[in-house]
Design a protein around this ligand. Structure first.
Ligand SMILES: [Zn+2]
Ligand SMILES: [Zn+2]
Length: 435
C-alpha cells in the first residue's frame, strides 16, 4: 500500500492524500489560496484511478478542488458528514463567484460534485469511519481500514472543546497516523478561548474609546461563528458596549447552516437554538449592510464589522480595508492563522501598506491580534499521538516552515519511550510512502 502526498505537504493549503491499495481513496482535495493559487498534483491518469473521495471538513484548503475532479472525468462518490456537505455547497458557490473566469471548474462540475456526495454520520460505517475532529461544524477525523491496515487522517483537529463544538476524539488506534501540524512549532502554545475572547473585547473597547471602528476579517465558517458567539455573550452580559455588528460576506449564510445543523453542536448551544428563545445566532445587534457602498456602516458612530476573507485574500473585507485603513482611530483585529504571503500575514508582520488590485493602500489603522484558534497546539498534538495506540508511522502534513519538523523532533522522543516504536515522516510534496 502507498500513500501519495499530492498537496498539503510542508505547506498549508491544497490538502490531498491518495491512499493506494486494493482501492484508491483520496483524502481531501483542496486549493491553496493566495496571490498565485495552487492545486493538488492530480492529473487525469491519477483521477481515473480514484474509487472514492473522503472530505474531512468544508474549508477550501480541503474541499476547494473537489469539482475539478468531475471536470477531469471522475464519476465516483464523495463521503463526508452532513454539515460538511451543506457548508461545502455554500463555499464552492462563493469560490466560483469570486474566481469567475479564472475558476478551474464550472457551475455544472459543482452540481455534479454535490450530487455525488454521500453523507456518513459520525461513528458509523465499516471501512471508512468518521470521528469528531473538533475543528469546525462537521469536521471529521477519517479512519480507513483497507488491506489489513488502519490509517487515521486527522484533517484539521482541535482537541479542546470550543464554545460551539465538542473536542476531537482521542484514544484511537491505527497503524498509520497522518496528522496536521499547523501549530506544531515548539513555541506554538494556545491560550484558552476565554482569554482570547477577553483580549478581543479589550481591544474593541479601546478602539471604541478612541472613536474608531473595528474590522474583523475571518473565515466565514468556524472562526466567524465562534467570534460572533463571543461578541454576543459579552453584549448580553454588558461586558461590551451595545454596538451594531455588521455581518458581511458569507458569514450570515453560514450561520443559517450552523442553525440548521444544531444537532451537531454542543448540547448547551443545541438546546438554546432548538428549544428556547435564547438563540445565540439571532440578535437585534446583528445587521447586514443593505446598500451597495455600505454607507450605513461608515455613518454609525461605533461598529464592528465581521467579514470574509480571513487572510485578506479577497471578499468584502478588502472594500472595508480600503475605506478604513487611512484612519488611525480604526483597528483591524486578525483572529486566525495567516498563511505566508497573504495580505493578513504582511500586516501582522508590520507592513504599512497593502496592494489591492493595481493600487497601494497606506495602512494607518491599528493592527491587532486576538489568537482564536480551531487547531491543536504543539503539546496537544503530541498528546494526541501519545493517546493513539498501535502506531507504526506518524506522517506530518499541513504545516509551514520549521513547524512539522519541530513537531517531528518531539514525536521521536515520544516514540523512543514506547515498547513498539514508530517512525516519524515529514513528506515532501509529491512524495510516495510505502506503508
Ligand atoms: Zn480547516
Ligand atoms: Zn486546513
Amino acid at each position: 500500500m502507498y500513500l501519495h502526498f499530492l498537496g498539503g505537504a510542508r505547506e498549508v493549503g491544497r490538502s490531498a492524500v491518495l491512499v493506494e491499495g486494493s482501492k484508491n481513496l483520496l483524502l481531501d482535495c483542496g486549493v491553496k489560496l493566495g496571490e498565485n493559487e495552487e492545486y493538488p498534483l492530480l492529473d487525469r491518469s491519477i483521477i481515473k484511478r480514484i474509487n472514492r473521495v473522503v472530505v474531512s471538513h468544508a474549508h477550501l484548503d480541503h474541499s476547494g478542488y473537489l469539482p475539478a475532479l468531475y471536470a477531469f472525468g471522475y464519476n465516483g462518490k464523495i463521503t463526508t458528514t452532513k454539515p460538511t456537505r451543506d457548508l461545502i455547497q455554500l463555499l464552492l458557490a462563493d469560490y466560483l463567484r469570486l474566481k469567475q473566469d479564472f475558476s478551474p471548474y464550472s457551475q455544472e462540475d459543482v452540481i455534479k460534485c454535490l450530487k455525488h456526495t454521500d453523507i456518513l454520520e459520525y461513528d458509523r460505517g465499516t471501512e471508512i469511519v468518521l470521528r469528531e475532529a473538533g475543528h469546525i461544524l462537521g469536521s471529521a477525523l477519517t479512519e480507513v481500514e483497507m488491506d489489513g491496515k488502519k490509517i487515521i487522517y486527522t484533517g484539521d483537529i482541535n482537541t479542546r472543546p470550543s464554545r460551539l463544538i465538542e473536542a476531537a476524539r482521542t484514544d484511537l488506534s491505527g497503524d498509520v497516523l497522518i496528522m496536521e501540524s499547523t501549530y506544531g512549532g515548539k513555541s506554538d502554545k494556545h491560550i484558552p478561548a476565554k482569554e482570547a475572547g477577553r483580549m478581543l473585547i479589550d481591544s474593541i473597547t479601546q478602539t471604541f474609546n478612541e472613536g474608531g471602528k473595528v474590522l474583523i476579517p475571518t473565515f466565514a465558517i468556524g472562526r466567524g461563528q465562534e467570534i460572533l458567539f463571543t461578541l454576543e455573550s459579552y453584549l448580553r452580559s454588558g461586558g461590551l458596549e451595545k454596538t451594531p455588528i455588521f455581518l458581511d460576506g458569507m458569514i450570515n449564510k453560514a450561520l443559517r447552516i450552523y442553525r440548521h445543523n444544531a444537532i451537531y453542536l454542543k448540547d448547551e448551544i443545541k438546546r438554546r437554538i432548538l428549544t428556547s428563545e435564547d438563540d445565540p445566532f439571532k440578535s437585534k445587534y446583528y445587521l447586514v449592510p443593505r446598500t451597495k457602498n455600505k454607507e450605513e456602516v461608515f455613518e454609525t458612530e461605533r461598529a464592528i464589522i465581521l467579514t470574509t476573507s480571513g487572510m485578506l485574500n479577497g471578499g468584502p473585507v478588502l472594500g472595508y480595508l480600503e475605506k478604513m485603513a487611512g484612519d488611525r482611530k480604526n483597528k483591524i483585529v486578525l483572529v486566525g492563522y495567516q498563511v505566508e504571503g497573504t495580505r493578513g500575514r504582511k500586516l501582522l508582520e508590520g507592513e504599512k501598506s497593502v496592494q489591492i488590485d493595481d493600487h497601494e493602500i497606506e495602512v494607518k489603522m491599528k493592527v491587532d491580534l486576538a489568537p482564536f484558534t480551531a487547531h491543536s497546539d504543539h503539546s496537544e498534538l503530541v498528546k494526541f499521538v501519545r493517546s493513539t495506540d498501535g502506531l507504526k508511522k506518524v506522517i506530518l502534513v499541513h504545516g509551514e516552515g520549521r513547524k512539522p519538523f519541530e513537531l517531528a523532533e518531539e514525536l521521536e522522543l515520544v516514540s523512543e519511550k514506547r515498547r513498539h516504536q514508530f517512525e516519524v515522516i515529514v513528506p515532501e510534496l509529491g512524495e510516495e510512502i510505502r506503508i
